[in-house]
Every structure is written in structure tokens, then in C-alpha cells.
Ligand binder design. Structure first.
Ligand code: AMP
Length: 504
């Protein structure tokens, strides 16, 4: 509570998806920060309305979720920023606004059980399918998870709609009483859902079920760009709108041209949200960047910077870890293209795994191979988003010194789990609480595969002296080479350990 650190009392801690020593970082925040975030939210629809009129004539189907929260030893809540927002009065008791009517009731959004929350949000979205004008989630991965949920649960959802009763798996009393107001038997709708969902082909399923949808509202910039082809498949190429750029540290700004293509999206920084500074970043020589900070007014078009902010919550200055490129100005406020997050090798949902974390996970897992006199000679990785939810794939080249005692299938499955146990808590929470990440897969490749990989890189101009095995791959010819050399593949058979409590 010392006013030396913060003039305002710290009201809670926000838990970022950025981690430190494997745990979510804690960002102190103050009560008035909620007003600032609310201000930014309140600008989104007026901007959208300039490009897409009539949004007050229907509803938004947004899949929104809360995550678990804990208390710090000092008694303050620690939780993700969106959980804090959805549980605040700003959200819960918001005034009616025809431009912001959601199909999901608060009770469904606020239910901490992700299955029950998703089920009831989907059910409401199906009942109101003709009113839905926009469909969304925070990140693209979340919307795809909802589609996958529909694939797995449409029979039960259609049954509820046919009978006007609620699935017995829904035990949350708040949801039960609010769904009692929504549920009614509707044979025609149940028939429609069954006939659409039982088809083998799910192409354009979004526009088939919600035919009045004008656009998808999901973040598809940065790491989420990997989901664009799948979203296009399910939506028949509906526009994908990225409205804002935000983090636990601070909400940074908004997209003033929301209909722009994902690759051309720029976010305009709102100068009142924090004190913004920029660390010059040279894309051709990332380690050679200057350490002299540039102010918001001095950034130059075309240059890349790492974002540094000082919030209103006292003496806290953050290197956010995002690399941005200046694309222009709106009046005097600079606009930025999100280039990438620094040091992220693998990401499926909000998880971010860097090279050091992957390395230590491989080291920990490979200890299980010691008694088989086997070592991992090389490895690389890949975020496989063809499955929903996506999952990490780790390619291993093994040196089996005694072929009569090679590691068994069960041991390699245990290696998958050991890697997951070593990954950070945001990854493990995605596996356990949110089901947003699928089981980790190890693909064992033939001996000599990584040498072939090097030969390939050299044939494309890499220098032998400087060649380093890429620890993450996503270039199609390399993936094809690796996949054509796979001897066996193995998945984690159980979930890693995760609880809301911090490990330390
Ligand atoms: P968190 O602190 O867990 O809320 O994560 C915030 C991070 O998510 C940011 O620093 C970005 O790396 C990423 N992020 C948030 N909004 C966007 C966006 N619109 N486009 C790309 N990445 C984003």
C-alpha cells in the first residue's frame, strides 16, 4: 500500500500469458484502470458502425470465458485481465446498448467450468441463430474451439432444443435458472441443426447455421494468423475483424480500419492508456538494436520497435515483448502493424513457449531414455493447428545404442507427458482447464533426417559454418521432408499437472 510505489492502492494482480520461470507474470493494477479499458471498449462499435451499419438490428454471438483466480499471500486477487473485466460491474451491470447485445447470458460467460460455459453459450447462439449478425471470440483459436465443440456436441444440443430441456451435464445453478428462461421445444430448429451438422462436409458451417453473419470478430494478427485458412473454410471467407490490441499490462489501442485484410491491420495507439516508449529493433540484426528509448511522438514510419510502457499503477515499466512496425499516423497518434512477439517458438492459444523452455522440456523428457541407453541427437518442433485444438509436435531423432533394448511406445508416451510437465503454467492450464491445447506429440524420425535438413538448407544458400538446427519449423518443404521420415508417433496419454495455485 506504500504510496512510494503507487499513488493509488493496488486493487488486484492481473496474470499475464507471458511467463517468468514457468509461471504467469503478475501485473499490479488499480481500480481506475477498468474505466480506461471501458473507454477503449466503448470506441469499438462507433468505429465498426462507420463501415458496417445496421449492427444495432441484431446480436453478437461471442464465446467469452472466465478462468480461475487465486489470491496472493497479501490477500489480493490474481486473475487474467478478461476474467477481471467480465466479473466487474462495468460488464455485469452494463446499460442496454443496441449495438452490444450478446446472445450469451452473463451467467454462461461467468461460469468457471469451460464445458458448461461453452455448452450454454452455444445453445443460446443456436436458438438465436437468425438474430446473429457477428460471431466472435477473443482469439481465432477460441472461435475454432467453439466450432469443434459444436462438432462434438451437436446431437446433445439438438436434443435439448427438441425437448426444451437442459443437458444433465449442466449443473451450475446460475446457468440452470437462466437457461430455463431461454429453453423452449423447437422441432424445426432441432431438425435443421441435425441436418446441417450430420453432413460430412462442414465447409461454410458458420454461414449455414448463422446465415446473417456479416463478419467474424477475432484477433488473427500475430501468432493467430496461422488460423486464417481454417476460419475461411468454416465461414466461406467472411471478413475477419481485429478490433483491438491489448494485454494484461495495458490496453494499447484499436484498429480504426476494421475491414482491412489481416495482413494489413494496423492498430492506433491511444496515448492516454499508458506512457509509451519504443526500443528500436533492427529486423536484420535483432540483437544489435539500440537501447535508447524513443518517445511516442518520435517513432518513424517503416521502423520496427519493441514496445515499452509505464502504467498508471505506480512505478512499473514493462518491456511487453511485442515487436511493432510503424505504418502511419492518425492525427498525431502512430499506427502500428503487429510484427511478432519476441522469442516465441510455439503458440497454439495464449500459450507462448520459447526456445529455452522447449530445450529444457526435451532435456527433462529425454532423461526417461537413459535406461534404454538412448539419447535425443536432434529435435525440432512445430505448432500443428490442423487439429482442433491444435497441439505441439516435437520431432526427435534418436540414437538407440542397443537396438535390443529400444525405448518402448509407453516410454515415448511418458516422454510426451514429461515434456508437457516441464512446459510453463499457461501451456498446462490450456491443456487442463481450458482444453484449448491438444496432447503433445513426439514424432520419431529416421536416423540422418536432421542431416538431410541441413543439406536442404545449404542447398538453399545457408552457410555450413553458421548452420543451426531450427528449433521450430513451418516451411512446407521442410515439414514434408520431416514427415516423410517419421518412424512412429506418440501422444501424451494423460494431462499434465496444473492447479490455479502457483508452484513456487
Ligand atoms: P496477455 O498479457 O496474456 O493478455 O497477452 C497479451 C499479448 O497478446 C500481447 O502482448 C500480444 O503479444 C498478444 N496480442 C494481444 N492483442 C493482439 C493483437 N490484436 N494482435 C496480435 N497479438 C495480440
Amino acid at each position: 500500500r506504500s504510496p512510494i510505489l503507487s499513488a493509488h492502492p493496488i486493487s488486484e494482480f492481473l496474470t499475464s500469458s507471458g511467463t517468468s520461470a514457468g509461471e504467469r507474470k503478475l501485473m499490479p493494477t488499480i481500480r481506475e484502470e477498468l474505466d480506461r479499458r471501458q473507454l477503449l471498449y466503448s470506441l469499438l462499435m462507433p468505429v465498426m458502425n462507420l463501415y458496417m451499419p445496421g449492427l444495432d438490428k441484431g446480436k453478437g454471438l461471442y464465446f467469452l470465458f472466465v478462468k480461475s483466480e487465486t489470491k496472493t499471500p497479501g490477500g489480493l486477487l490474481a486473475r487474467p485481465v478478461l476474467t477481471s473485466y467480465y466479473k466487474s460491474d462495468h460488464f455485469k451491470t452494463r446499460a442496454f446498448d443496441p449495438y452490444n447485445v450478446y446472445t450469451s447470458p452473463n451467467e454462461a460467460i461467468l461460469c468457471p467450468d469451460s464445458f458448461q460455459s461453452m455448452y450454454s453459450q452455444m445453445l443460446c447462439g443456436l436458438y438465436e441463430r437468425l438474430q446473429v449478425l457477428r460471431l466472435g471470440a477473443i482469439f481465432a483459436s477460441g472461435l475454432l474451439r467453439a466450432i469443434r465443440f459444436l462438432q462434438l456436441n451437436w446431437r446433445e444440443l439438438a436434443h435439448d432444443i427438441r425437448t426444451g430441456t437442459l443437458n444433465l451435464k449442466i449443473s451450475d445453478s446460475d446457468i440452470k435458472s437462466c437457461m430455463a428462461r431461454v429453453l423452449r421445444p423447437d422441432q424445426e430448429l432441432a431438425d435443421f441443426i441435425e441436418s446441417e451438422c450430420s453432413k460430412d462436409n462442414w465447409e461454410r458451417i458458420i454461414t449455414r447455421i448463422w446465415p446473417n453473419t456479416k463478419y467474424l470478430e477475432v484477433i488473427v494478427t500475430g501468432a493467430m494468423a496461422q488460423y486464417i485458412p481454417t476460419l475461411d473454410y468454416y465461414s466461406g471467407g467472411l471478413p475477419k475483424v481485429c478490433t483491438m490490441y491489448a494485454s494484461s499490462e495495458c490496453y494499447f489501442g484499436l484498429n480504426l480500419n476494421p475491414m482491412s485484410k489481416p495482413s494489413e491491420v494496423s492498430y492506433t495507439i491511444m496515448p492516454n492508456m499508458a506512457y509509451f516508449e519504443f526500443l528500436p529493433h533492427d529486423p536484420n540484426s535483432p540483437s544489435a538494436g539500440s537501447d535508447k528509448l524513443v518517445d511516442l511522438v518520435d517513432v518513424e514510419v517503416g521502423k520496427e520497435y519493441e514496445l515499452v510502457i509505464t502504467t498508471y499503477a505506480g512505478l512499473c515499466r514493462y518491456r511487453v515483448g511485442d515487436i511493432l512496425r510503424v505504418t502511419g499516423f492518425h492525427n498525431s497518434a502512430p499506427q502500428f502493424h503487429f510484427v511478432r512477439r519476441k522469442n516465441v517458438l510455439l503458440s497454439i492459444d495464449s500459450d507462448k513457449t520459447d526456445e529455452a523452455e522447449l530445450q529444457s522440456a526435451v532435456e527433462n523428457a529425454s532423461k526417461l531414455l537413459n535406461k534404454f541407453n538412448t539419447t535425443v541427437v536432434e529435435y525440432t518442433s512445430y505448432a500443428d493447428t490442423k487439429t482442433i485444438p491444435g497441439h505441439y509436435v516435437i520431432y526427435w531423432e534418436l540414437l538407440v545404442k542397443d537396438p535390443t533394448n529400444a525405448p518402448t511406445k509407453e516410454v515415448l508416451e511418458q516422454c510426451c507427458l514429461a515434456m508437457e510437465e516441464s512446459l510453463n503454467s499457461v501451456y498446462r492450464q490450456g491443456r487442463v482447464e481450458c482444453n484449448s491445447i491438444g496432447a503433445l506429440e513426439i514424432r520419431v524420425v529416421k536416423n540422418g533426417t536432421f542431416e538431410e535438413l541441413m543439406d536442404y538448407a545449404i542447398s538453399r544458400g545457408a552457410s555450413i559454418n553458421q548452420y543451426k538446427v531450427p528449433r521450430c519449423v513451418n516451411f512446407t518443404p521442410i515439414m514434408e521432408l520431416l514427415d516423410s521420415r517419421v518412424l512412429s508417433n506418440h501422444f501424451s496419454q494423460s494431462l499434465p499437472h496444473w492447479t490455479p495455485e502457483r508452484r513456487r
